[in-house]
Design a protein around this ligand. Structure first.
Ligand code: M6R
Length: 605
């Protein structure tokens, strides 16, 4: 993953580099570093851990220099320590890198045979040393260009040179790279968000392209090193997102913002006067769609899974879902009558972006359901449906998931209506129910004290299980993902009907088992599956919208979530699961906004 920044200016840059790195921490927070050029000397500062640490180092020993690069790391090659932190510098060159060099071992051996020594365990140091060698015979741009051909894998690079103190070179393949323009200052960054507090004028490098920045010029080159012009985009203003208000952390803020997220999303897509869904400009005429393929990773994949049930119930369209990292390597039979929908909060997830690229190469119609409308996935799709959740900072996705679900549900309803596959009365009733959703989410959040109590029961557990059927199955997966990601407690999500095919062997006395059972067509079946767990000693936490079934001596905890429409129950059932994971993590003193080993945006394969 990792985030990179570069600034060429007429004034010292280290403070702005630190501020941008703070914004890029969503890409990794294992270590941080920067390098500036001072009197033809590369001045490097690095630390393991967070950007705050780097800031402290800089406070004690300031680093001047009007040109510099910075990096936040999510470790791939080599443990997260100071030596492996970026930038990786030789005497002449300093490099920050986002991506993975797949043939780094091979290249390292070649360099070692020439007597060149490595300091770190990273793949990036290979780039530094290759450029250092190439600089012996060529000027910087040609040197960088010549070594890029040797690299396999993905990269976004920012490079500064001891003997060329006015320039930063940027290059990309696979990993995104943005260039920002201002007066007497130009920038490189992993995304426009990192640059927004400094400029709103942004260009995006395409694969294979390079750029050279000075304080008052930017030049772009294509993959043949031919000078090119790039379009300048005017991006939206910076949003102040650093304020947690009265909340302990961003995650709790984001959980409690969900009624607003839902309201914004519903207002955006539902015409409150006509009481109809206002989605237009379809890339494919809905009646002609043969199949919809929904693709995402992690939580976004779970929203695809839920959407599969909605589309299947409401339309006659064939639905397929896939995890992006699988989709991109499958032997897919593309069809121009299919619609390929990519779901992503960040819009920068490497696997999802690569799966989208494959679709584009096969000339099929694509749609992005994203939170970040200036992202790579949004820019590269034929059609964008924003979820309007606002910036999500906590690594665990909460309000973005709810936004994704709402957009996908609205889309399934719209298609169903345009294809004349839903009774008009039911359609308008469903729209009315949707308008009630923000308030229902608000009421569900009032259950927090119950979830605080339940959380205590997980403290000594060796693991846990989440069960559901139909639409509640993906919600079980999402509940389990939230718990493991936040509290590091082993959690498995299963379709309840699968238990007797293996997982039942895991049930032992006192194992927490969360059963998600709205009163839908699966309800009785889920109850039977629950009895099988009870018979083997599982400690049941029963989440339902049916009051009657709550009281049973075999149920450790029952929670009633008031429902307004069976189609909306996956959205409402998610809320208590988020709160449960949150409170278990809080009791275990975990780092809630930045869980170990993770990053908000997974920008490497
Ligand atoms: O930005 P994306 O939605 O594409 O991210 C996909 C996953 O990495 C993400 O949902 C991840 O699973 C979350 N941390 C889960 O809470």
């Amino acid at each position: 993953m990792c985030g990179i920044i570069g600034i060429a200016s007429n004034k010292p840059v280290s403070i702005n580099i630190i501020n941008s790195l703070k914004k890029l921490e969503y890409r990794g927070y294992d270590s941080a570093g920067l390098a500036t050029l001072i009197n033809n000397f590369i001045n490097e500062k690095k630390c393991s851990g967070r950007v705050d640490e780097l800031e402290k180092i800089l406070f004690k020993s300031p680093s001047d220099g009007n040109i510099g690069i910075g990096h936040v790391r999510w470790a791939t090659h080599g443990v997260p320590n100071v030596v492996n932190a970026h930038p990786h510098s030789s005497k002449n060159v300093s490099v920050v890198h986002n991506g993975i060099i797949e043939n780094s071992d091979e290249l390292k051996k070649e360099l070692e045979l020439k007597g060149i020594k490595f300091k770190s365990q990273t793949d990036t140091e290979v780039i530094t040393l290759l450029i250092t060698e190439a600089l012996k015979n060529s000027e910087p741009l040609v040197a960088v260009f010549s070594i890029l051909k040797k690299l396999k894998g993905s990269f976004a690079l920012g490079i500064i040179f001891k003997d060329f103190p006015d320039i930063i070179i940027g290059a990309r393949r696979g990993s995104p790279l943005a260039v920002g323009f201002s007066n007497n200052e130009n920038y490189l960054g992993s995304d426009s968000y990192a640059l927004k507090s400094m400029t709103n004028k942004i260009s995006y490098l395409d694969d294979g392209e390079l750029c050279i920045l000075t304080e008052n010029s930017v030049s772009f080159y294509d993959s043949n090193l031919k000078k090119i012009n790039k379009k300048i985009h005017i991006v939206s203003k910076d949003e102040n997102i650093s304020d947690k208000g009265d909340y302990k952390n961003f995650m709790s803020k984001e959980i409690f913002e969900q009624p607003i997220t839902a309201k914004k999303c519903v207002n955006e897509y539902i015409d409150s006067i006509k009481k109809d869904i206002n989605i237009y400009n379809f890339p494919l005429e809905p009646k002609k769609i043969k199949k919809i393929i929904l693709i995402g990773c992690g939580t976004a994949y779970h929203s695809c899974l839920v959407a599969k049930y909605w589309f299947e119930e409401l339309t006659k369209i064939d639905i397929e879902i896939d995890i992006a990292s699988e989709f991109r390597y499958r032997n897919i039979k593309f069809n121009s009558n299919n619609l390929y929908i990519f779901v992503s909060q960040s819009g920068e997830t490497a696997d999802t972006a690569a799966a989208l690229d494959i679709c584009k190469k096969n000339n099929v119609k694509t749609c992005a359901v994203v939170n970040t409308i200036e992202s790579t996935i949004a820019r590269n799709s034929d059609w964008v449906l924003p979820i309007h959740a606002g910036p999500e900072i906590g690594v665990a996705s909460t309000k973005a998931f709810i936004g994704q679900l709402i957009v996908l549900y609205i889309l399934s309803l719209k298609f169903s209506s345009m294809r004349e596959e839903i009774d008009k009365k039911i359609y308008y009733q469903k729209i009315k129910n949707l308008e009630k959703l923000p308030n229902s989410i608000k009421n569900t959040l009032l259950l927090e004290p119950d979830l605080q109590l339940m959380a205590k029961e997980f403290l000594d557990a060796r693991g846990s299980m989440f069960l559901g059927r139909g639409c509640s199955f993906p919600i079980a997966l999402e509940g389990a993902l939230k718990l493991k990601e936040l509290s590091y407690l082993h959690a498995e999500g299963y379709p309840a009907g699968e238990m007797k095919h293996g997982p039942l062997a895991l049930i032992e006395e006192g194992l927490p088992v969360i059963v998600i059972a709205p009163k839908d067509k699966y309800f009785e079946k889920t109850l039977s599956n629950m009895q099988e767990v009870i018979a083997r000693g599982g400690k049941i936490f029963f989440f339902t919208d049916n009051k009657k079934e709550l009281i049973s001596e075999n149920i450790r905890f029952g929670l009633r979530i008031t429902n307004i429409d069976n189609f909306l129950s996956p959205i409402l059932m998610t809320i208590p699961l988020q709160l449960l994971a949150y409170h278990v993590a809080l009791l275990k003193n975990c780092d809630i906004d930045k869980p170990r080993n993770l990053a908000k945006s997974v920008t490497v394969e």
